[in-house]
Design a protein around this ligand. Structure first.
Ligand code: MRU
Length: 372
């Protein structure tokens, strides 16, 4: 995708420096487009934990390169295995909810485990690169499978613009390219189908106002930022045709963990008969769990994210306090939308019901792993 007409992915190799990757510092967007170098394991760990990078697929990709850095650094230690395991645990502990992180780490480790130590680094980078390419291709495919939904609504509306509500940022900044929830929107826009996006601001970190609005604006997609609480009224007024959100973890039975506030939008959509779709790449599906509320670890972040708001003051990015200093705050990062509120899952293999049967109709190979 493009920023100021220059093509970007959300993570890339620094040219001519094989051991350094670069990412956009998402904490500074939309006010400043700044690239950050990631080289040591500590850099990767920091970038994920501090949300320099965020969004499930990008967290996974960053963690995969983090394992590469861990392999390289562990090679300087007499106890290679012990040191690598220690680094990997640190990467795993950065953010608990998105399953992409754990899958990406496991994939790189699994791919190098039987190789001699001196071959592990090159092989790990190759695996991480493949994961990144696959992730971008998955997003593109999600765009293609989701596009007919938008086309059909546009047809039913006699060519009028399709109003789509989204929450948080499940766009290309959260992925490698295209995004998940935004991919069908970009493809629709590019195909000449008129779309307009209601962008939830997404307190406390405002990924909607800061990132999704920025992305859509750079691509020329008409959009309006709304407060998190506005979606229900817009649905009651018939101003939302479709909601599409992302997911950090989707259970075998179709429950969805996504940015806090997603559940409330799903409830409002259900009450107003607005189709509520979740764009779910297969990397987000945790086949080992069934019940989202009982089995998904919900990240609890610093209360400072609630206490302070970050924004542009003239030319400086500043944070200001918005509540009494002695009032406590609580900051759950995600919530669980039960499968019964999800109209369908948009995956890279097609659209299915948010249920075990639905998912297995697209991923029959996972039936063999059935858990009781
Ligand atoms: O806390 P974040 O910004 O990492 O949360 C991101 C989301 O909730 C996204 O919707 C999700 O990761 C899907 S990204 C395609």
């Amino acid at each position: 995708m493009k920023i100021h007409n220059r093509h970007y992915r959300s993570i890339w190799r620094k040219s001519e420096e094989p051991g350094i990757w670069q990412v956009l510092d998402q904490r500074r967007l939309p006010f400043e487009v700044a690239a950050v170098d990631l080289e040591t394991v500590q850099d990767f760990e920091w970038a994920i934990r501090d949300m320099v990078v965020r969004g499930a697929p990008l967290i996974g990709a960053t963690a995969a390169y983090g394992v590469c850095a861990a392999i390289r650094e562990a090679q300087d230690d007499r106890d290679f295995d012990g040191k690598l395991a220690w680094y990997v645990e640190r990467l795993r502990a950065t953010r608990p909810t998105a399953v992409d992180l754990f899958k990406a780490v496991d994939r790189v480790l699994e791919g190098v485990k039987s190789l001699p130590d001196y071959e592990k680094w090159t092989a790990a980078v190759r695996i991480a690169d493949a994961l990144v390419e696959e992730s971008a291709a998955q997003c593109r495919a999600i765009g293609e499978t989701g596009l007919p939904l938008i086309r059909e609504i546009n047809r039913k509306k006699g060519g009028e613009p399709v109003n789509i509500l989204t929450h948080c940022n499940a766009g290309w900044l959260a992925c490698i390219d295209y995004g998940t929830a935004t991919a069908p929107i970009y493809l629709a826009h590019d195909a000449g189908i008129p779309v307009h996006v209601w962008v939830d601001e997404t307190r406390p970190r405002n990924q909607g106002a800061g990132l999704t609005a920025f992305e859509l604006g750079q691509h020329g997609v008409p959009h309006t930022v709304i407060t998190d609480n506005a979606g229900g009224l817009l649905m009651q007024k018939g101003l939302v045709d479709l909601a599409i959100v992302g997911t950090d973890r989707t259970t075998r039975e179709g429950d969805v963990a996504n940015k806090i506030g997603t559940y409330l939008k799903a409830l409002a959509a259900f009450d107003n008969e607005v189709p509520f779709y979740v764009a779910a790449p297969s990397t987000s599906i945790d086949w080992e769990i069934r019940d989202g509320l009982a089995e998904i670890s919900i990240e609890e972040r610093s209360e400072d994210e609630v206490r302070f708001v970050v924004g542009l003051d003239g030319t400086a990015i500043r944070r200001v306090e918005i509540m009494p200093a002695d009032s406590p705050a609580l900051n759950y990062g995600f919530d669980i939308t039960p499968a019964k509120l999800v109209t369908g899952l948009i995956t890279e293999r097609g659209i299915c019901a948010a249920s075990e049967d639905g998912l297995l109709s697209l991923y029959p190979e996972m039936a063999a792993d059935a858990i009781v």
